[in-house]
Design a protein around this ligand. Sequence first.
Ligand code: ATP
Ligand code: MG
Length: 267
Amino acid sequence: MTTTPAVLPGSAVPPTLAAQAAPVAPAAPVAAEATGATPAVHLRGLRRVFGTRAVLDGVDLSIPRGEFVALLGASGTGKTTLLRILGALDRADGGTVLVPPVRTVVFQEPRLVPSKRVLANVTVGLPRGGATRETGLRALAEVGLDRHADAWPATLSGGEAQRAALARALVRAPELLLLDEPFAALDALTRLRMQELVGDLVRRHRPAVLLVTHDVDEAVRLADRVAVLRDGKLVRDERVAVERPRDPADPAFAELRRRLLADLGVH
Ligand SMILES: Nc1ncnc2c1ncn2[C@@H]1O[C@H](COP(=O)(O)OP(=O)(O)OP(=O)(O)O)[C@@H](O)[C@H]1O
Ligand SMILES: [Mg+2]
C-alpha cells in the first residue's frame, strides 16, 4: 500500500500518480504529503454542475485510511456523482479532490463480463503478471466463491455475482473502496450476509471505504461515520457512537437512526 496520495487537481504529483488521476477542471493545486497522517480522501469545496444545477455545491469530506464512511441522501442528491468523481469516472467542476492511486468501485449491479469465467472476471483489472490463478482464487475464497472459479457469470445467483464483484474490487488491494448501493438488489437475507461479509473484509484489509446507501440501518450497522448529502452539501458528518456489535435495539442506535431519518425528511 502506497502512502502517497494522488492529488486532483494539481501539478505537484509524480507522473505515475498523476497518470492515475481523474481529469478534473483546473483549480488551485494542492501539495501532496507522503505522511501516514494524510487522509485517503480529502475533498474541499467540491462542485459538480449539470446544466444550471450545482448537484454538488461545496462538499467537504475527509476519510482517513482504514475508516468506513456511509453516505446517505435522498434520490437524486448527487451520491453517485460524488462516488464517480472519487473513482475518476467523472470530473469535478471545482474544489479540491485528493484520492489515493488505487481505488476500486462496486456498483448496485455486479457488471461481470459474461464471456469471461468468474476467475478471469476477478483478475481482469490486475496488472500483467499479477493476474495469476492463485491470486484470483485467494480473492474468491475470501468471499466464499472459490468453488465457482470456472463458472460462467450467467450461472451465478445475484448474491454470488455481487460477491464476485466484491472479490474483483478487493483483489487489487485498494486504498479506497467505493461502494454504490452494493446490496440494494439483493433479497433481505442475502443483504444481511453481504453486509457482514463486507464488514469482515474491510476490517481485514483496512481500505478507506465510502458506502452509498439508502438503508439507514445498514449505514449505522457498518460505518465508523455517517454523512448525509442534501442540497449539494453534507448536512451531517458524524461518528457512529454505538458499541459493536451494533444492535438496532440499542437506544444509541435508535437515536442516531431517528436523527438520520429526520435529515432525510422522514419523520
Ligand atoms: N451526466 C449527467 N448529466 C446530467 N445530469 C446528471 C448526470 N449525472 C447525474 N445527473 C443528475 O444529477 C443528479 C444527481 O444524480 P446522482 O446519480 O448522483 O444521484 P443519487 O444521489 O446517486 O441518486 P440515487 O439515490 O437515485 O441513486 C440527478 O438529478 C441526475 O439526473
Ligand atoms: Mg445513485
